[in-house]
Design a protein around this ligand. Structure first.
Ligand SMILES: [Cu+2]
Ligand SMILES: [Zn+2]
Length: 179
């Protein structure tokens, strides 16, 4: 039990130092507020554009324990929280690629790694994506056209199955809002 608590504190301290490192860039930035299927706020995050891609940082509090998929979806709306966030559409995919990091014909621009929600419902995560940008200069344009949303699924992504890696229901959603 003591070891487990120490590990949780270590993860928390790590996230604070990452947040202070992450403010140094000059590219466009965006923010995200995650809603669950009840419309309750369960997390927040930032997106910062660098020279070759975007750094995504977010924290979650209040999801079920386990591995979760997260993707960039192609419509910037999370209003239909009680209908499973279907209005956020499919993955951001301007090149019409197949889904999945392990797919020979993938990945699409919206694909991201999985992350783990701890037993207390929390997670702190950093990710990098070289196939999307906030100003359209790299890959998929996250703030153009219909905008985009970051969508979290109940299960992990197998990085192969079409169209979303077998990740199951959409349990949280955050509209990407330019700063
Ligand atoms: Cu998804
Ligand atoms: Zn995908």
């Amino acid at each position: 039990m003591k070891i487990r608590n120490a590990a949780v504190i270590g993860v928390a301290l790590g996230a604070f130092s990452l947040a202070s490192i992450a403010d140094e860039g000059n590219g466009p930035t965006a923010s995200v507020e995650f809603l669950d299927n009840h419309g309750e706020v369960v997390g927040e995050g930032t997106i910062e554009q660098g020279p070759v891609g975007i750094v995504i940082n977010f924290s979650i509090d209040g999801l079920e324990e386990g591995w979760k998929a997260i993707h960039i979806h192609s419509v910037g709306t999370c209003e239909d929280h009680d209908e499973g966030f279907q209005a956020s559409g499919g993955h951001l995919n301007p090149d019409d690629a197949e889904h999945g990091f392990l797919n020979p014909d993938g990945p699409d621009a919206g694909d991201l790694p999985n992350f783990y929600v701890h037993g207390d419902g929390s997670a702190m995560v950093e990710m990098f994506n070289e196939r999307a940008s906030l100003d359209g200069s790299i890959g998929g344009d996250m703030l153009g056209d219909d905008g985009t949303a970051l969508v979290i699924h109940e299960n992990p992504d197998d990085h192969m199955s079409q169209p979303i890696g077998g990740a199951g229901d959409r349990v949280a959603c955050g509209v990407v809002q330019g700063d």
